[in-house]
Write a protein that binds this ligand. Structure first.
Ligand SMILES: [Zn+2]
Length: 77
């Protein structure tokens, strides 16, 4: 008899994760682009992890730097 206790059930809800910034060929993220930055933040102003957004390493770094810069300028939380 097969062991049917569902262990590997997680994958279902995951969408295909691609870096949207790569897709749209955005290679320099402006800290003044508040709309873009906010898309990658929680309501509380935290930067979403790569795990959630599906960004590539490079873009995540750029994004984090841009968000931090924007914070200093008081543009985002
Ligand atoms: Zn990317």
């Amino acid at each position: 008899m097969k062991n049917t206790k569902g262990k590997h059930r997680r994958r279902k809800l995951m969408r295909a994760k691609t870096c949207r910034l790569c897709e749209n060929q955005i290679y320099n993220i402006d800290f003044k682009d508040v709309d873009l930055l906010k898309r990658y933040q929680t309501e509380g102003g935290r930067i979403l992890t790569r795990h959630i957004t599906g960004n590539c390493f490079k873009h995540q770094k750029l994004l984090a730097a841009a968000v931090k810069r924007a914070r200093v300028m008081g543009l985002v939380l």
